[in-house]
Write a protein that binds this ligand. Structure first.
Ligand SMILES: Nc1nc2c(c(=O)[nH]1)N[C@H]1C(S)=C(S)[C@@H](COP(=O)(O)OP(=O)(O)OC[C@H]3O[C@@H](n4cnc5c(=O)[nH]c(N)nc54)[C@H](O)[C@@H]3O)O[C@H]1N2
Ligand SMILES: Nc1nc2c(c(=O)[nH]1)N[C@H]1C(S)=C(S)[C@@H](COP(=O)(O)OP(=O)(O)OC[C@H]3O[C@@H](n4cnc5c(=O)[nH]c(N)nc54)[C@H](O)[C@@H]3O)O[C@H]1N2
Ligand SMILES: [Mo]
Length: 732
């Protein structure tokens, strides 16, 4: 891969500075000030809970960082280690700014304003929009940054707008979570193998997307003799460590599992007692899988019949558990069903809440959203889920199952809602139009709103050019909120002060809340008070005490670990034995899905077909260890030395067919757009017939422009990032 010279690197930074509204940020010189030790949590890839960082500072200037040894997640990767480059990046946003030229102008004419002016303008627009069009016409949104969410939730609630959306309701993990909710009655994406786990399933989970500790846990299990089955279209590191690697064609996981289930049923390997007692709809499923003979399954999935049989037999040797991708399987037009199918594997064997099986952990009471530092009392969960409030949501008609299961609005129809006058104002934190297929349609929607603002670390031309106001967000080293939550372990921070006039996201949301509502609902605008309030819901919980205990991690009381809680009534909300599904059991057939007109069984549905012209399936969004989404890049220039532009993986056979060599520049086209320019890496990481890329590069390298906006999973509304047919040609 091309290595950036120092001159190119500096060139790319100053090119950015040319359109950046902020320049020449220099950390204060602090030679004579005393040194002290601080603590933070990395937010580079939004792993939740993220990895701990210990830093040394002189005055307010951080001079070095290292692993925070006492933190359960303390292995820093390339992204984490380069976060100081981001903190002290001269392009950072440091002051609130407003546009002075009309929307649509090439130059928005950004000028610096005071926080007072920014808040007054925003609040006045919020109130006026609410009065004229109703509170729900004001949309609150957080991008992948998950840390700001609790405070924004609270702001939306007290402002009385039910239109709260995030990147997770647009894409990401909640599609898989829907599968979990439908099968298990609650979210559960598995765990790392315990000492009793004998077989472990890695379900389309990429090592490079996980915290480093995850890989250590897999290696340790393997050494203990635990067998590993990896189900991933690509030959990743997780595939190479596997005893059996099943590489199904994209979007065929439901067929693959049907094939495996048929083998397990025919050979009498399934756990019949468990199935009879604790599951619902097995007979329907058994009938459904009947045609999925190993040979027929091979035809659909491309997985050799013998391997299907081998994997089924190995899995039956359990007890077994799994890790499920946070997103990939759910990003095709049958995504939720493909996820549900994979999640039937542990149910067929009864590996549920037993030693070595899939744990149904109970979090400390109240803390419901890992590491967001969210507590129901903080978010007022009851309000979000009350029928009268939920009834108002804009996604109710188009996505009834999503609406039923999730408390965030799906924002994927934003362009249509703006066109139809349903959304008039946008309040954003970490807003990025480039998460969507055909991002220009979302950018256009923002332009057509009455008023829009967003808080960010950097100025992002595509997303920000048509905002009215941009707010500078403090970075992970500069904020208190939220704390990291790892089971009963709580990591609080000891930060530096924000540079310039940047503010914590929580502070921005809480201070706005003080203006548009009552200060007593918003901890008088103070994030530390909000965190302390959350921690006081627990015996011994206290922000200030926890901070005094640093570098030690503090604990809050957690329920005693216990197995087979479905027998003792410790899983269901009403205390009865069983699970939180409509049937009260684990669902092969979901009455909830059927109630809204979706298939009750996780059925297989073919993907968009390849054609003679568009003959490669495009996996548009595999993670690389040193890139996150569309950020990192020039935010952390060190990472650009590792990869300086869009690189796609192409199988050697496909490369040879097309006369393409490693390093060649190619053009990618789809029925929906292109050309997109990329460099080719010839690699067996992808099978024949597949092209894969880490999405997030911009302009002529922006792979989102190849996507079909209308091809979504009807259950989740998620875009099909991993389904699109494309063609690839060497650039003349
Ligand atoms: N084709 C394709 N598209 C995808 C995906 C894919 O695999 N393929 N993946 C989907 C998934 S899973 C995700 S999660 C999304 C990515 O979701 P995005 O929302 O694009 O995530 P980022 O690019 O990480 O961050 C968005 C913006 O937030 C800013 N930011 C970062 N941290 C903070 C913070 O703490 N506070 C504030 N105020 N701003 C911050 C960044 O500078 C950036 O401008 O993309 C989705 N889109
Ligand atoms: N370094 C880094 N880490 C990250 C991120 C990042 O951008 N960079 N983003 C974070 C975020 S927001 C998320 S959501 C996670 C994503 O984490 P993951 O979902 O684990 O990561 P991906 O590489 O997108 O996808 C995982 C695998 O799914 C496979 N796959 C794709 N389609 C199919 C299919 O239909 N069936 C099967 N069986 N396999 C398929 C791909 O080959 C890929 O290897 O990563 C998080 N961590
Ligand atoms: Mo994500």
């Amino acid at each position: 891969m091309a290595k950036l010279s120092r001159r190119q690197l500096l060139g790319s930074i100053s090119a950015l500075a040319a359109y950046s509204p902020v320049r020449n940020v220099i950390a204060q010189t602090t030679a004579n000030e005393p040194e002290w030790t601080g603590f933070s949590i990395c937010d580079s890839c939004n792993h939740v809970p993220s990895c701990g960082i210990e830093f040394k500072a002189r005055g307010n200037n951080i001079i070095s960082i290292k692993n925070w040894e006492q933190n359960p997640r303390h292995w820093l990767c390339s992204k984490g280690l380069s976060t100081l480059q981001r903190l002290y990046n001269p392009n950072r946003l440091l002051y609130p700014m407003k546009r002075t030229n009309p929307k649509g102008s090439e130059d928005p004419g950004w000028v610096r304003i005071s926080w007072d002016e920014a808040y007054k303008t925003i609040a006045a627009n919020m109130m006026a929009t609410k009065k004229k069009y109703g509170a729900d016409s004001v949309m609150f949104y957080a991008g992948d940054p998950k840390e700001p969410r609790p405070a924004i939730y609270r702001l939306a609630k007290y402002f009385d707008s039910v239109t709260f959306a995030t990147e997770s309701s647009a894409a990401c993990r909640s599609g898989c979570m829907m599968g979990e909710q439908l099968n298990f009655g609650q979210p559960n994406n598995g765990a790392t193998p315990s000492k009793d786990t004998k077989v472990f399933l890695i379900l389309a989970t990429n090592v490079w997307a996980q915290p480093l500790g995850w890989w250590e846990a897999i290696k340790a299990a393997k050494q203990r003799g635990c067998k590993i089955i990896t189900i991933d279209t690509r030959r990743t590191k997780a595939a190479e460590i596997a005893d059996v690697h099943l590489a199904p064609h994209v979007g065929t996981d439901s067929a693959l599992v049907a094939g495996m289930a048929r083998v397990m049923i025919k050979e009498g390997l399934i756990n019949k007692d468990f199935i009879n007692r604790w599951t619902h709809g097995f007979d329907d499923y058994a009938k459904y899988v009947e045609p999925f003979t190993p040979e027929h399954t091979q035809e659909i999935t491309g997985v050799p019949a013998q391997k299907i049989i081998e994997a089924a037999r190995l899995w039956a040797q359990g007890p077994g558990s799994f890790t499920l991708t946070t997103q990939s399987v759910s990003h095709n037009s049958n995504g939720v069903n493909n996820t549900r199918a994979l999640l039937l594997l542990p149910i067929l064997m009864g590996y549920i809440d037993i030693p070595g099986g899939v744990p149904f952990n109970k979090p400390p009471k109240g803390l419901s959203m890992a590491a967001f530092g969210l507590h129901p009392a903080m978010a007022e969960k009851k309000w979000w889920n009350s029928p009268a409030v939920k009834e108002r949501r804009l996604d109710k008609e188009a996505l009834p199952l999503w609406h039923d299961l999730q408390d965030q609005t799906s924002p994927n129809d934003l362009p249509e809602w703006v066109r139809d006058g349903k959304i008039k104002m946008f309040c954003g934190w970490g807003f990025n139009v480039n998460i969507w297929p055909q991002p220009q349609e979302y950018a256009e929607a923002i332009k057509n709103l009455d008023f829009a603002f967003s808080a960010d670390y950097f100025y992002r031309k595509d997303s920000h050019k048509n905002l009215d106001i941009i707010l500078p967000a403090a970075m992970n080293y500069e904020r208190h909120a939220p704390f990291g939550w790892y089971g009963p372990n709580i990591a609080v921070r000891k930060p530096v002060k924000p540079l310039g006039e940047a503010k914590e996201d929580w502070r921005i949301a809480l201070e706005l809340g003080c203006i548009v509502d009552k200060p007593e609902h918003f901890f008088n605008g103070d994030p530390e008070k909000a965190l302390d309030f959350i921690l006081h819901q627990y015996e011994g919980g206290d922000l200030y005490k926890f901070r005094d205990a640093l570098p030690s991690i503090s604990k809050i009381p957690a329920p005693k670990p216990e197995f087979r809680k479905y027998e003792t009534g410790h899983i269901r909300a009403d205390g009865k034995p069983g699970f939180n599904t409509l049937s009260g059991k684990l669902d092969f057939f979901s009455d909830r899905a059927a109630k809204f007109g979706y298939p009750g069984l996780p059925v297989y549905k073919p993907m968009m077909p390849l054609t003679e012209e568009f003959d490669l399936r495009f996996i548009n969004g595999t993670r690389k260890p040193y890139i996150t989404h569309s950020k990192t890049r020039t935010d952390q220039p060190y990472l650009m030395e590792l990869e300086d532009g869009l690189h796609v993986h192409l199988n050697p056979v496909e490369a040879q067919k097309r006369g393409i060599k490693e390093g060649d520049t190619v053009e990618i086209r789809s029925p929906f757009g292109g050309p997109v320019e990329a460099k080719v890496v010839v690699s067996i990481i992808v099978p024949e017939g597949v092209l894969d890329a880490q999405y997030g590069w911009l302009d002529k390298q922006n792979t989102q422009t190849l996507m079909n906006r209308d091809n979504r999973d009807p259950m989740s509304g998620y875009p099909s990032y991993f389904e699109n047919p494309v063609s690839i040609k060497k650039k003349a």
